[in-house]
Write a protein that binds this ligand. Structure first.
Ligand code: SF4
Length: 222
């Protein structure tokens, strides 16, 4: 998909494909009961990062919605002036949240889909009171998330595109402010030069080695 340069929105389409895989695979991989339910939004107040294809996909769903667009601008201005570590500590409500539910639930990034918990009290301690205990993820959730992240990242590497994650609200604000952001990014322009990259992507990690390894294995077959 990402290699088909005739398709101007191929990053958005790749993210839509990841959404399908995520929806299809979650319940196969994660069978343990979770405490999460509509109306519970403790986790939607933390620092959120996302891949750029997912941000293009989400922006498409949000375009033309004036209220949420204005909230995203406000949140972006706030997050720009706050270091990531501070933002992880301070509780900033995601601008996409409405009535304690994600207003773009079908298009939320993989990172949001992967915050599932088996314990509400533990979640509250973790997010609302800055607890330091281990987060109560269900079994296999990490593996399910890793499959999706590694697959998308390897595809981006094979297409010669950057795969790093960026702060959600500022990146969304950039995309919503200019209709051609995806085309320009696909053409190699530094559209997100001012947006904070996830600190975990600032240096090589075990994940980046796996991504490079997968891309290297697949490259001769395409
Ligand atoms: S995008 Fe949706 S799920 Fe993710 S933090 Fe925002 S409101 Fe919550």
């Amino acid at each position: 998909m990402l290699l088909d340069t005739a398709v101007k929105d191929r990053a958005t389409r790749a993210a839509a494909f990841i959404e399908e895989l995520a929806d299809a695979g979650l319940h196969k991989h994660v069978t343990q009961p979770v405490a999460c339910a509509k109306g519970c939004s403790h986790c939607c107040t933390t620092y959120v990062i996302s891949s750029l294809p997912e941000i293009f996909r989400l922006a498409r769903a949000l375009r033309g919605k004036a209220g949420v667009t204005a909230r995203i601008r406000e949140a972006a201005n706030r997050s720009k002036s706050m270091p990531q570590l501070q933002r992880e500590i301070d509780r900033v409500i995601c601008p996409i949240l409405e009535d304690h539910a994600c207003s773009e639930y079908p298009h939320r990034p993989v990172i949001c889909r992967a915050v599932l918990s088996t314990s509400l009290p533990s979640c509250i301690r973790f997010f609302e009171h800055g607890g330091t205990e281990k987060f109560m993820f269900p079994d296999n959730l990490g593996a399910w998330r890793s499959y999706l992240v590694i697959m998308l990242r390897a595809a981006l590497v094979l297409a010669g595109l950057p795969y790093q994650n960026y702060e959600l609200t500022h990146a969304l604000d950039v995309v919503l402010a200019r209709g051609d952001a995806e085309e320009r990014w696909l053409a190699g322009e530094p559209v997100f030069a001012e947006v904070a990259m996830d600190r975990l992507d600032l240096e090589a990690s075990p994940l980046s080695k796996i991504v490079e390894g997968l891309a290297g294995a697949v490259r001769p077959t395409i």
